[in-house]
Design a protein around this ligand. Structure first.
Ligand SMILES: [Cu+2]
Length: 189
């Protein structure tokens, strides 16, 4: 803030312009303070997430523990939910992601008690069967029928990748009210 007071003082040497100049400066200062406050507040807002994940790629967040995106992304998921609570064996998913040497990112899914069945997509639900959905920054990118998936270039900054397990009718699988999903954060410098 100190350097900005310099022009204000030098403005005193031009009395005719003082009033309008100070109005303009007040306006600019207001804008700067507003921007600074916004920056500080938005930084604080992001802090818990940042603190939990050191910078760098391949940071994982086991979203199954905390309800994950079930609330946040409710509006993004266009399909319903299907609880697996009464299934004798519950599916599970984890994932890792690595930078591809040529371009983009290679996502590797690991599922348990779950079979991908592309030929049944859109048909009747069957326990332990379905496919996955991938969301990048809250937007659905694709349907996944296997353990490997290539993601193209990601924008700079923190990218939130969420992979959900879905029934044949595309419903998101849930257990104890939490979506069966895995979330990753990819930091692009
Ligand atoms: Cu689907």
């Amino acid at each position: 803030m100190t350097p900005l007071t310099q022009p204000l003082n030098s403005g005193d040497n031009a009395p005719a312009k003082t009033a309008s100049t100070s109005i303009v400066i007040t306006f600019l200062m207001g804008g700067l303070i507003g921007a600074a406050l916004f920056w500080i507040v938005s930084d604080l807002w992001n802090m818990p997430e940042r603190a939990a994940k050191p910078a760098g790629a391949n940071m994982e967040n086991h979203a199954n523990m905390n309800g994950g995106t079930s609330g946040q992304e409710a509006g993004v998921h266009s399909h319903g939910m299907l609880a697996v609570d009464d299934w004798p064996v519950k599916p599970a998913i984890t994932a890792t992601i690595q930078k591809d040497p040529v371009g983009g990112w290679n996502l590797n899914l690991q599922t348990e008690n779950f079979t991908y069945n592309a030929s049944a997509a859109g048909l009747e639900n069957k326990q332990g069967e379905g496919h996955a959905h991938i969301y990048v920054n809250g937007v659905k990118l694709a349907r996944i029928y296997g353990n490997w998936f290539h993601i193209g270039a990601l924008p700079k900054g923190h990218n939130m990748i969420a992979i959900t397990l879905n029934a044949n009718d595309h419903s998101s699988l849930t257990h104890n009210g939490n979506m069966l999903e895995h979330k990753l954060t990819v930091m692009v410098e």
